[in-house]
Design a protein. Structure first.
Length: 243
């Protein structure tokens, strides 16, 4: 099981759905957990209609509106599911107390997802500071930076990294930068109006960034395999299958 955390005060839902979809097309069993204070996933997979928390949708398993790791384990037990049987578990959360510090630190990956807007930067810095104080744990060098919606890729990267470095946080490796592209906005609207995920219509730079994260879980992919993932038929719609 590869456990990855995604923390950040910005719109990262399409990125997570795209990455999970691509991993599922590589025959990996994927669980996406929405543990945000304002849950978003239940509106994308329509579970708000039936009030389900755990469902199967778009080729992946999804859990919505989870408060903490203990609740996630309790839900899994109720469905006779072993979390260890998943190849990949993605946790999207802004809760500093979602899990014990050791589970967070020992996870396969810990992403801090960021835009250049000041409110996003300062909310993330507040999260980092609060996490460190609550858990008495230093996070410098333990996070991977992802910068979304970069208008000027180089300048925005320098600005975000400079502010985070000044505050005492450095990325575990080179930042993943996703430039702003209107075609991503068009793709998101297509997903919502057509009721399905279509990863092939996102911007090339966006898909390249997603590929880096997919490969960090799966391993290096041949270009032929990657193109096959892009062209596969869509795996589902907003309609979901109850567990």
């Amino acid at each position: 099981m590869k456990l990855s955390y995604f923390v950040g005060a910005c719109d990262k839902s399409d990125m997570l759905l795209g990455i999970c979809t691509l991993l599922s097309r590589l025959n990996r069993r994927v669980l996406l957990v929405d543990a945000m204070s304002s849950p978003w996933l239940k509106y994308r997979n329509q579970t708000w209609l039936t009030k389900e928390k755990w469902s199967h949708w778009n080729g992946i398993d999804t859990v919505s509106a989870v408060m903490n790791w203990d609740e996630l384990e309790e839900l899994a037990s109720g469905y006779n599911i072993q979390l260890s049987e998943y190849d990949d578990i993605f946790i999207d959360t802004d809760r500093v107390a979602f899990s014990e510090a050791n589970l967070f630190i020992e996870a396969h990956a810990r992403y801090i997802v960021q835009t250049v807007e000041s409110h996003s930067l300062h909310r993330n810095l507040e999260w980092l500071t609060t996490f460190s104080l609550l858990h008495d744990t230093k996070l410098d060098g333990k996070l991977q930076f992802i910068i979304l919606h970069a208008v000027d890729k180089e300048q925005d990267q320098l600005y975000v990294e400079g502010l985070l470095h000044t505050s005492g946080y450095h990325s575990v490796s080179e930042s993943v930068v996703i430039p702003y592209d209107e075609s991503d906005w068009t793709a998101k609207m297509h997903n919502e109006t057509e009721d399905m995920i279509n990863v092939s219509i996102y911007a090339r730079a966006t898909k390249l960034a997603w590929r880096k994260i997919v490969e960090s879980n799966f391993g290096p992919l041949a270009d032929k395999v990657w193109r096959h993932c892009m062209k596969q038929p869509q795996k589902g719609t907003w309609l979901h299958n109850a567990m």
